[in-house]
Design a protein around this ligand. Structure first.
Ligand SMILES: *[C@@H]1O[C@H](CO)[C@@H](O)[C@H](O)[C@H]1NC(C)=O
Ligand SMILES: *[C@@H]1O[C@H](CO)[C@@H](O)[C@H](O)[C@H]1NC(C)=O
Ligand SMILES: *[C@@H]1O[C@H](CO)[C@@H](O)[C@H](O)[C@H]1NC(C)=O
Length: 466
């Protein structure tokens, strides 16, 4: 059970004021206080806790938290037998990341299994039905690989459907002037599902501009990380996305709007929010209907967060700088038990790196880093976010403290063939990193993302929701 920062701080001040007390008095006051606090929180949370324990003791829920190890062997250096290669001095030791980034690696299939193992929800796959296979190709109901990279999911209570929006990248990859692999903008795709496993292609809901070279959506530009939320007050679906030129110098956010979740969306405008550069970004809609924009700024060295206007079509002048100097990108925000959490990645281009989880009591901060959330796989899996980069965290309605962590396993040699790594994310247990304040008492829970070669949502999940 989480205890609030503020309560802790008050206590500490109280102890300082009473420092003339004898040691036993101090200790017994502390014990008494903790018991009271426990009693208080128990009173308030009994129902919730019982419900949570019920769910958490369910076998299929525990299955999600099994720690699976992976042991991927780095292949011997190639060309070793050739006399010329043997004479050459051995280069720096190859790492699994080098193998991952090498499109000719003999273990390529480990990271990018071929079409034969594709997840195809339209086929009778027997025991594998409903299972996610992180990294495998994933087909839509027409048998085509899902194209929704850097995406996010919106649940639409009106149609009782999940909509997955992402970058449609089914075009050739080439190298842009600054050496960055890219695919021309094709547009934002949308897929719909009732069970989060079988996805129907709803088409391109915001398309690139073919002719108008001055338009933000001209195919030569960059459109990344589209996210959609519904505005109850205006009845509109609002999309926010990262808009850039091929050299990533524009560094702006774009906004589009539609009457329907399946579009078409009308492009509204782009801007640098609060007058700052904005690259990787996300939006988050809170329970109270307030929505927020989070973006990487100042050369990706910090994140900025600020509320959107009531119609979600612009930012307000309010903005806070968070995780300053920490160089984080790919933010994905979620909320659990009145605490805000965020997963971010480091900044290493298309190459994978270590994810970190952050937590805050107020969405506007202060945000504290609580550690690397990745569990299982191997040391290298943990240091590379399972060879992927986060894009969104989806709450699982009806399953307390449970989310799906959605990540992209980028394939810079052929971006359209980037894969999806979806894994269960559970909030619970003490955080790993000691906190700067309150003498190391963790005031928020651990965020854990469990590696699984295959996994599925607890059976009956779709019945218990809502
Ligand atoms: C499916 O599971 C059953 C029971 O665990 C097992 O006997 C069977 O061999 C499995 N079938 C396949 C195709 O894996
Ligand atoms: C091209 O796009 C710009 C920017 O959106 C717009 O102002 C202009 O009217 C467009 N031109 C044409 C011919 O549509
Ligand atoms: C991008 O950079 C290249 C070379 O640095 C330059 O030729 C090109 O005009 C730039 N494009 C944009 C859109 O700024």
């Amino acid at each position: 059970m989480r205890m609030r920062n503020k309560q802790r701080k008050t206590t500490i001040l109280g102890w300082n004021a009473g420092s003339r007390c004898s040691m036993p008095t101090l200790i017994w006051s502390l014990v008494g206080f903790l018991l009271l606090l426990h009693f208080y929180s128990t009173l308030h949370k009994t129902d919730k806790v019982e419900e949570t324990q019920l769910q958490m003791s369910h076998p299929s829920f525990q299955e999600l938290q099994v720690v699976e190890e992976e042991n991927i062997q780095i292949p011997p250096p190639r060309g070793r037998r050739s006399p010329r290669a043997a004479k050459r001095r051995p280069k720096k030791k190859t790492t699994l990341i080098d193998e991952f980034l090498d499109e000719n690696s003999p273990i390529r299939h480990v990271f990018f299994p071929d079409r034969r193992s594709a997840v195809d929800p339209t086929k009778d796959t027997g025991n594998d039905s409903s299972y996610y296979f992180p990294g495998r190709m994933w087909l839509d109901t027409e048998g085509n690989p899902i194209q929704a990279h850097g995406g996010g999911i919106m649940y639409d209570p009106r149609s009782r459907m999940y909509y997955w929006y992402g970058e449609y990248k089914d075009g050739p990859t080439f190298i842009a002037p600054k050496g960055i692999a890219r695919v021309d903008i094709i547009g934002v795709s949308c897929y719909s599902s009732k069970n989060l496993w079988t996805w129907r292609n709803e088409g391109i809901v915001l398309a690139a501009e073919e002719a108008n070279e001055t338009h933000d959506l001209h195919k030569s530009n960059v459109l990344e990380r589209p996210k959609v939320i519904y505005n109850e007050k205006t009845g509109k679906y609002v999309m926010w996305m990262h808009i850039d030129d091929a050299n990533y110098t524009k560094a702006a956010v774009g906004v589009a709007i539609s009457d329907y979740p399946t579009g078409p969306f009308d492009y509204v405008f782009s801007k640098q929010p609060h007058g700052f550069e904005s690259r990787d970004m996300t939006i988050f809609k809170d329970d109270d209907g307030m929505a927020y924009l989070v973006y990487s700024s100042e050369d990706n060295s910090e994140l900025h967060i600020g509320p959107l206007t009531e119609d979600y079509l612009d930012v307000t002048p309010v903005m806070k700088k968070i995780l300053v100097g920490q160089h984080r990108e790919a933010p994905a925000l979620f909320k659990h038990d009145e605490t805000y959490y965020m997963i971010t990645s480091g900044c290493t281009g298309w190459a994978p790196n270590e994810a970190l989880a952050h937590a805050a009591e107020s969405i506007m901060g202060p945000w504290e880093t609580v550690g690397n959330p990745c569990i299982g796989g191997s040391k290298m899996f943990k240091l590379t976010t399972f060879f992927a980069q986060g894009t969104f965290v989806l709450p699982l309605a009806g399953l307390p403290a449970s989310f799906i962590f959605m990540a992209d396993r980028w394939n810079p040699a052929d971006l359209r063939d980037s894969r999806y790594v979806w894994l269960p994310l559970i909030v619970g247990g003490p955080a790993d990193w000691p906190l700067e304040y309150n003498f190391g008492f963790p005031s928020w829970s651990r965020v854990s993302i469990y590696w699984h070669r295959k996994w599925r949502l607890p059976s009956g999940w779709s019945d218990i929701k809502r």
